[in-house]
Write a protein that binds this ligand. Structure first.
Ligand code: CAO
Length: 440
């Protein structure tokens, strides 16, 4: 075994307490002079600290997340191929990178930093966030492979290693880059109109933070919402329905509701009203096929209802709303939202919907823009009803107080035109404002 030499943080300008963001070598790695050992990053720049000479890494003395300043110990380096790193050892580094080529082996040596002319540039492929202190999470690869990956702009954290113990080989990097160029999932952004890969922000720099895992429901619904948001051209049509009489009727049913042990909320009437409108506008009850060139019209009326649960948003589906009475629907809505809140829904409960309703009326708000629950093509948002002064006829001199329910209909503009959306909400408000329309 060769003599061990201490490699220290060199003069890095005015910076102190700079964070180690990458440890590029492991104990036992053979390095050449100028191979990068660690990357450090201040708020202004990142720089790599290269090895001042060739050798074998004895021990690494820093970890990702550590903060270092000039003179601190980075690693112990054994002279390569058994030769002692002594004064007599032939210098393996260039004068620029090894300012002390003749330093005695047992003396600490400071590597010269290789500043990257940055603010750190966004990598062309998404960079997986390294967890501070988690050196095990760092990809296992030798310095030459790391240098090669850096040259090609490949993020080693994303490359699967096929070498012993999952070590990343040069071929693995090459294959990864080939796949990216062929349009694989990590293909680099081609122009400014493309969305950049997610970036890791260091919020902890600005104050105390806490990291929470999203629940499974939140992760699943986030994927669905994101897919819908980026693949469906959304428009939202707003309207208001006069539900004064509907509410009077609903209240008149209080005793009967109590007798049956169900809660007859406005949402039940909305579900029925939506079905009336869907029958008149069948393309609101449809889905585009996977080619986007055919419309699949559904001859059934299964309505999804967004339910707010402690673990996140779920949308159970109530089937055959057209064939069920108000009380039957009220009972089903009550039991399915209870099952949703206690985490007892099955995937079958949440599939097969034609159209969804998202009611925030019990909570508050005047309007919002719900996201279409793809592959459906429309969703009705409902906000809190309020008493408002309304001029019911064009020649009325005085307004009368009416109970007004705000409606927000988001729709897929590939399937539904704005004019039809306005017709749909007009129909809906007509049905809601005259309870007889629900019966007829
Ligand atoms: N305006 C004013 N009050 C309303 C209302 C409205 N539009 N809609 C309901 N309310 C009232 C109800 O009458 C009830 O009042 P009482 O307790 O005094 O009887 C109260 O608000 C609570 O209603 P509810 O929530 O129990 O029942 P619901 O049928 O209105 O809604 C459900 C059921 C499951 C949809 C609802 O509980 C829920 O989870 N809503 C949130 C949905 C959501 O998160 N959507 C956003 C998704 S992101 O697009």
């Amino acid at each position: 075994m060769g003599v061990e030499t201490e490699v220290l943080v060199p003069d890095i300008g005015d910076f102190e307490d700079v964070e180690v963001i990458e440890v590029l070598v492991s104990a036992g790695d053979r390095v050449e002079a100028e191979d990068s050992l660690i990357t450090i990053e201040s708020d202004k720049a990142s720089m790599e600290i290269p090895s001042p000479r060739a050798g074998v890494i004895g021990q690494i003395k820093v970890a990702v997340g550590d903060r270092v300043s000039e003179g601190m110990l980075i690693a112990l380096l054994e002279a390569g191929d058994g030769a002692a790193a002594s004064e007599s050892a032939a210098p393996e580094s260039t004068p620029e990178t090894a300012p002390q080529p003749s330093a005695p082996a047992e003396q600490p040596i400071a590597a010269a930093p290789a500043p990257t002319p940055s603010p750190t540039p966004a990598p062309p492929v998404p960079a997986a966030a390294a967890k501070p202190g988690d050196s095990k999470g760092a990809p296992h690869a030798g310095p030459a492979v790391r240098r090669f990956a850096r040259l090609l702009g490949a993020d080693l954290a994303q490359v699967s290693g096929t070498g012993p113990k999952g070590r990343v080989l040069k071929d693995d990097v090459q294959n990864f880059v080939k796949q990216a160029l062929a349009g694989g999932p990590a293909a680099p952004a081609e122009n400014v109109l493309q969305v950049e890969p997610p970036r890791r922000f260091k919020f902890e720099k600005f104050g105390e933070i806490e990291v929470q895992e999203l629940s499974k429901i939140q992760r699943v619904s986030a994927r669905g919402l994101h897919r819908s948001w980026v693949t469906i051209p959304h428009v939202t049509q707003f309207d208001e329905a006069d539900i004064t009489e509907l509410e009077e009727y609903r209240k008149s049913q209080k005793l009967e509701s109590e007798r049956r042990g169900v809660k007859l909320t406005a949402l039940v009437f909305l579900m029925k009203a939506v079905v009336v409108a869907l029958k008149e506008f069948p393309h609101f009850c449809s889905s585009l096929d996977e080619t986007g060139e055919k419309l699949i019209l559904k001859h059934y009326y299964h309505i999804g209802v967004a339910v707010d649960t402690p673990n996140g948003l779920v949308v159970p589906v109530i089937r055959e709303v057209d064939r069920k009475g108000l009380y039957e629907l009220a009972e089903e809505l009550g039991s399915i939202s209870e099952r949703a809140r206690t985490g007892k829904l099955t995937p079958a409960d949440m599939s097969g919907g034609c159209f969804s309703i998202s009611s925030l009326g019990g909570i508050g708000g005047t309007a919002f823009t719900p996201i279409v629950n793809g592959p459906e093509v429309a969703i009705l948002g409902v906000s809190r009803h309020a008493r408002k002064p309304v001029y019911q006829n064009a020649d009325d001199e005085l307004p009368v107080p009416r109970l007004i329910l705000p409606l927000s209909l988001s729709y897929d503009h590939r399937v539904i035109d704005g004019a039809d959306a306005a017709r749909f909400t007009t129909k809906l408000k007509g049905v809601l404002s005259d309870i007889r329309n629900l019966v007829l």
